[in-house]
Design a protein around this ligand. Structure first.
Ligand code: SF4
Length: 217
């Protein structure tokens, strides 16, 4: 990554357009590539250096990017937890929904990749607000119990008991009627992927085993 390269708010990966709205996260996952890859993601500098974009800046960057090439989904992801900036997330997703209703672009999905701690972060149930503007939710479950979860995601103070909150978030999303709710686990970690799959499915989500190197959120 060239040092002078400007940080990306919007970047592409596969058929998706990804949004990098914060670098903050209450976890420090053992598999998180933001440190290992020095805040670079396939040639995109995602280091916001504390300068988090406003909702208007995100929308402007999106408009610039979306006209360049086809895309199938817009994903809130980046090198941080998007629900740390709930208001920006909701505003941008609502804007995207409006564009979709106007058929400004070919049909696309709106996806949130999250660590599942959004209710704890925001001190309220954020699922109803998300449900209004997001189609697909991908939640990092990561473990079959709280002890393993803590050893893998290394939560900061105040989030040590977050495992049950993540499971409750998965169940609430499954009940809320999103188009798709996915709960994931990363391979090559201390987690028992088969046991995690059972829990994910019991909580109403589809299971996804993510590759260690691709792990991002
Ligand atoms: S992988 Fe995601 S949840 Fe884990 S520390 Fe990195 S940004 Fe946070």
């Amino acid at each position: 990554m060239a040092k002078q390269e400007m940080p990306k708010i919007v970047y592409r990966f596969g058929a998706g357009v990804y949004l990098n709205i914060t670098n903050r996260c209450p976890n420090l996952c053992t598999f998180c590539i933001k440190t290992k890859w020095k805040m670079d993601f396939h040639g995109n500098n995602l280091n916001l250096q504390g300068n988090e974009p406003t909702a208007a800046e995100v929308v402007a960057a999106l408009e610039e990017e979306l006209k360049k090439a086809p895309f199938q989904e817009v994903v809130f992801c980046g090198y941080g937890e998007p629900t740390m900036r709930l208001e920006v997330l909701l505003f941008v997703a609502q804007t995207l929904k409006g564009w979709r209703a106007q058929a400004k672009y070919p049909p696309f999905k709106i996806r949130l990749n999250t660590n599942g701690l959004g209710n704890l972060i925001n001190h309220k149930d954020i699922v109803p607000e998300l449900r209004r503007v997001v189609d697909v939710v991908n939640i990092s479950l990561n473990a079959e119990n709280e002890t393993v979860w803590r050893s893998i995601v290394c939560p900061e103070k105040g989030f040590e008991n977050g495992y049950e909150a993540v499971r409750a978030f998965i169940r609430a999303c499954a009940a809320a009627g999103f188009e798709k709710v996915v709960a994931s686990c990363v391979d090559q970690t201390a987690a028992d992927a088969k046991a995690v799959q059972k829990i994910a499915e019991a909580d109403g989500a589809q299971f996804y085993l993510r590759s260690f190197l691709d792990a991002q959120n």
